[in-house]
Write a new protein. Structure first.
Length: 91
């Protein structure tokens, strides 16, 4: 399995970091690290996230990491990280 990040997901993590860094730079760094490390676990258990039926027939899933949601798609042997946001954000 391979892990690939969309440009939107990378921008999401940067945006979340910048938002947190204004208030707590240490928390911003810790959160950014967590949001970039946890998706690597999907390489061993790619179907561990909840399937999002509204995207069928694509296999789009989500995992919750603390207060953040990570959406990803499984395509062949690749896990694509699509988007990342705080669960309080309206999406």
């Amino acid at each position: 399995m391979k892990l690939k990040w969309s440009y939107q997901a990378i921008a999401d993590v940067a945006r979340l970091h910048d938002f947190l860094a204004k208030v707590n730079p240490t928390a911003a760094a810790r959160t950014t690290q967590t949001l970039t490390v946890v998706p690597r676990r999907l390489l061993d258990r790619p179907q561990s996230g909840r399937q999002l039926d509204q995207y069928l027939p694509r296999e789009v899933r989500r995992i919750i990491v603390g207060n953040y949601e990570i959406r990803y798609e499984l395509v062949d042997l690749t896990v694509y990280i699509l988007r990342v946001w705080h669960t309080r954000e309206e999406r």
